[in-house]
Ligand binder design. Structure first.
Ligand code: GLN
Length: 240
């Protein structure tokens, strides 16, 4: 079994060490003796829609989003859309999440056009949401992380949130939703980085990506996540 991961803009879109999510995905495959390839897709690189099973983009300040958005549409959007159409798993964090939707309207300047892969849009708000976050997923599991954004994200009718906010602000501080899940496309405001403290979410993404790649349901055998669960439980005690 092999998992092929693409990391979009690893230098520019890496707020709060979001690259830790890629490290967690790689290690959770290696701990299961699977081969895993990791490809950085930087400014100027194009995207082969058939070459990857999981695509990751981290967060970034408005200036970083402005810096990469033209390249995103010039060199990557067509390949990313084709990848999404064939079920490739996307994990996007904060600024990356905002660019998965229709647009992000920053405090100043023009709207930043998003990929339009999920029915959502974001407008910069007057308040910056900063602090620890915990959310509850539909299956009852908690997910923990840290948020720092002024963007207010609003989901379209067909888009489910990643979870409902228990502590923190989430998508917009108003509707109790955090993140977005649309098919195999995931977005969230949770930095941390997210996956090391939320191992079941990491395995959910890997299972979905491998199931698409191999055309059949793939179930992962469990790992010893004692340390991960300790970190998760500790994070739950850190109120916003
Ligand atoms: N620049 C965006 C905002 O402030 C995203 C920030 C981030 O990626 N943490 O909402």
């Amino acid at each position: 079994m092999e998992l092929r991961i693409a990391h979009l803009y690893p230098e520019e879109m890496n707020m709060y060490g979001d690259r830790g999510n890629v490290l967690a995905l790689v290690r959770r495959c290696q701990w299961r003796q699977w081969s895993v390839t990791l490809t950085a897709l930087r400014v100027g690189d194009s995207v082969d829609p058939a070459a990857f099973d999981l695509i990751f983009m981290g967060g970034g300040q408005d200036s970083q989003q402005i810096k990469i958005v033209q390249d995103l549409h010039t060199h990557k959007a067509a390949g990313l859309r084709q990848a999404a159409e064939r079920g490739v798993v996307f994990l996007t964090i904060c600024g990356g999440y905002q660019l998965l939707g229709h647009y992000y309207k920053p405090h100043q300047g023009e709207n930043l056009p998003g990929l339009g892969l999920i029915d959502a849009y974001t407008v910069a708000g007057s308040q910056r949401f900063i602090g620890n976050v915990s959310i509850r997923r539909p299956d009852g599991q908690t997910v923990v992380g840290f948020e720092n954004h002024s963007g207010l994200t609003y989901l379209g009718n067909g888009v489910q949130p990643l979870g409902t906010v228990v502590d923190g602000y989430g998508n917009n501080g108003q509707d109790g939703c955090e993140g977005a899940v649309s098919g195999n496309l995931y977005g969230t405001y949770l930095h941390g980085s997210l996956l090391p403290k939320n191992p079941s979410l990491a395995d959910e993404l890997i299972e979905k990506a491998l199931s698409v790649r191999y055309g059949k349901p793939i179930a992962l055998f469990p790992l010893d996540d004692t340390l991960e669960h300790k970190a998760h439980e500790r994070a739950l005690t850190l109120k916003p």
